[in-house]
Write a protein that binds this ligand. Structure first.
Ligand code: OGA
Ligand code: MN
Length: 211
């Protein structure tokens, strides 16, 4: 699909995500990125990591500490000004998505922030909420996976905990980190965790925020 066709089908691409968020609190689409875009971004990730640009991810937003008993990923924030063409194209598609969300859901999204994440084999991110108590601006969490040929046996699913309507019980759903797949959910509401994988697990992860 070329970019023009993509523009025409933006609604088709984004609508299932919105419908999922409105009815279940989370939405998934499998074609946010094409296979060649997945490969290109995964290559950029590996180049930047080899160049020493990644850091162990921290926990918290005030006293940030590295705690691999809580999360074991390495991350690099993507800066608009230093973006390669593939990264700029990704951020542009996110901008298109934000515009679509604002037209359909009135969340008043104004900013976004995205980082690459690499989970070495065996690492994980324990159950957590993405919104900081001190900063409620993160409205939607977005994760786009960069893993070609991901198999069920590789593990590494995103587990999302969905409260039942009685709020006393919950269900866990699991989403495999298949390349090109995008998951989006309400940052302040849904607890989730990253299960360990048997191979490196790559993503671009970010948040859509109010001003
Ligand atoms: C996170 C997170 C989920 C995933 O980075 O906060 O929950 O599937 N990531 O990578
Ligand atoms: Mn999270």
């Amino acid at each position: 699909m070329n970019s023009e066709d993509r523009g025409l089908s933006a609604g088709l691409l984004f609508e299932p995500i919105i419908e999922g968020i409105l009815s279940d609190g989370y939405g998934v689409t499998d074609n946010f990125l094409m296979p060649d875009e997945v490969t290109a971004l995964a290559n950029r990730l590996h180049e930047r990591r080899k160049a020493g640009q990644f850091r162990a991810a921290g926990v918290g937003n005030q006293n940030v500490t590295v705690a691999d008993t809580i999360r074991g990923d390495e991350i690099l924030w993507i800066e608009e000004a230093a973006a390669t063409s593939e990264e700029a194209a990704f951020l542009q598609r996110i901008t298109d998505f934000v515009e679509y969300v604002n037209q359909t859901c009135y969340l008043g999204l104004r900013e976004h922030e995205f980082h690459y994440a690499l989970y070495p084999p065996g690492t994980f991110y324990k159950r957590h909420l993405d919104q900081f108590r001190s900063d409620p601006r993160r409205k939607l969490s977005v994760i786009c996976y960069l893993n070609s040929d991901w198999q069920e046996a590789d593990g590494g699913q995103l587990a999302i905990y969905l409260p039942d309507s009685d709020e006393a019980t919950e269900q866990q759903i699991r989403i495999a980190p298949v390349g090109g797949r995008l998951v989006c959910f309400e940052s302040g509401r849904l607890e989730h965790e990253v299960l360990p994988a048997t191979r490196e697990r790559l993503s671009v992860t970010g948040w859509l925020k109010t001003a």
